[in-house]
Design a protein around this ligand. Structure first.
Ligand SMILES: [Zn+2]
Length: 276
């Protein structure tokens, strides 16, 4: 699933590769998908065809492609993007296809579930997308110490570290994927409650949110996700399905996986002891 770093990487790659391309043809909802959601999809061709891509940007785990002066396509996590060269093979299944006048094409396919919305900028009403733009990006200067302390103070103190960091879009784009390495590098167990975190834990978490997300973004996203060209990201995940069962490089204990709050958590029992 796309999270903060991958959205940043995809938006950059889209800016570099499709800006100024003119949309010749749009196909929407080509392959039926129960959990692919659209705005009024019959309007997409009229909104997009004949217009040029202006730019692309990320907010949280969303990617927004701005088309012409007044239209946006915005895509949630759960979407997979692929850019095709002229004459390249278009995958059989996709939920959005943009064909450009120079022969290039962009396809988007929805994995488990995902939203592919296209609206005039003045009509955007998707609350999840709007929420992702309201709060400061974790890598921005507005996400500073005082803001971090306020976030911690205003949340229920019985929330676990996982619930605090990765639910309700408190921190846009920080989901259950990037969470694992942030907690591991900060030495905090996903189940430890906010009230049990020491000052040092809180400081470590603040630092690791910025450093881990920064590294993931600089290195082209995580190695568990793919970019605009179908290539895996360059950031080697420390805790993920790729490393479960191997030994921790810091203390030698075996990386564990458990189910927790409707998802998997990975942790090192040595470096991330659960605090009562
Ligand atoms: Zn360890």
């Amino acid at each position: 699933m796309i999270e903060f770093p991958e959205a940043q990487v995809l938006a950059r790659q889209l800016r570099e590769n499709i800006s100024r391309k003119e949309i010749k043809k749009v196909i929407v909802g080509h392959s039926p998908h129960k959990f692919a959601f659209f705005s009024e999809s019959e309007n997409y061709p009229a909104l997009l065809e004949g217009k040029k891509i202006k730019t692309a940007q990320a907010s949280g785990s969303w990617v927004q492609i701005i088309v012409g002066e007044d239209v946006s396509i915005f895509l949630s996590d759960g979407c997979r993007f692929l850019l095709h060269k002229p004459g390249g093979k278009i995958p059989e299944k996709h939920q959005l296809l943009l064909e450009f006048t120079d022969g290039y094409a962009l396809t988007v396919s929805v994995q488990m579930y995902g939203m592919i919305f296209c609206q005039k900028n003045t009509d955007i009403d998707n609350k999840y997308f709007l929420m992702s733009r309201e709060k400061p990006s974790p890598l921005s200067d507005e996400f500073h110490h005082r803001y971090w302390e306020k976030l911690l103070k205003e949340s229920r103190q019985t929330l676990s570290a996982k619930a605090f960091l990765a639910t309700e879009q408190r921190i846009p784009g920080l989901g259950n994927g990037v969470l694992q390495d942030i907690l591991y590098r900060a030495g905090v167990n996903p189940k430890t409650k906010i009230k049990s975190l020491s000052e040092r834990d809180k400081e470590n978490l603040f630092r690791e949110i910025k450093e881990t997300l920064g590294e993931m973004t600089e290195q082209g996203g995580r190695d568990t996700e793919k970019d605009l060209f179908g290539k895996k990201g360059g950031y080697r995940t420390l805790l993920s399905k790729n490393t479960v069962g191997s030994s921790c490089s810091k203390c030698g204990k075996i990386i564990e996986k458990k189910s927790y709050m409707g998802g998997s958590i990975y942790f090192c029992p040595g470096c991330q002891p659960e605090k009562a």
